[in-house]
Design a protein. Structure first.
Length: 158
């Protein structure tokens, strides 16, 4: 079982942008769970405004942030203007490796992202473990009921 968003009930992936409220994980934006965070966008604006930040493998072309497309409904951003592929992960990879951003900034951004992924993974492991414990408890209960029934049947025959 996967950890589900407490707001939209959709599974939370390791690449999703998440937040925690009262111990429950949820997407920061349920309509765009893979989008860049506000902090990532701010870093791109400060350090990467004047150069290409995304690479589309399908088109073999690099793009600046201002050149990227948005879908007509407004749900997806960071799309290749030619083939409409989502380039969010390409942008994120650029951000974490861009020589224009100070090493300390890149390191901190990467650590924040890794921490969010760790929380999601840990939450998934905790949920998996609780499912195992529930199944073990159900099996133990079933065995106890079976033993009780057998004892009752045995007692009724005497």
């Amino acid at each position: 079982m996967q950890v589900q968003c407490s707001r939209c009930s959709q599974p939370i992936a390791l690449c999703d942008i998440i937040e925690s409220h009262g111990g429950h994980l949820s997407h920061l934006d349920c309509t765009r769970p893979h989008t860049l965070t506000l902090q990532e966008r701010a870093l791109l604006f400060v350090y990467c405004l004047d150069h290409a930040v995304a690479y589309c493998l399908g088109c073999d072309t690099r793009f600046r942030m201002a050149e990227l497309a948005v879908d007509p409904v407004g749900v997806l951003t960071n799309l290749c203007p030619r083939c409409r592929r989502n380039l969010t992960e390409s942008i994120r990879a650029h951000l974490y490796g861009c020589a224009m951003a100070p090493a300390e900034v890149r390191l901190r951004a990467r650590r924040v992202r890794e921490a969010a992924q760790y929380v999601t993974k840990l939450s998934q492991q905790t949920r998996d473990r609780s499912d195992v414990l529930i199944r073990e408890a159900e099996a133990a209960l079933f065995e106890a009921q079976k033993t009780l029934r057998a004892a009752l049947v045995l007692r009724m025959t005497y």
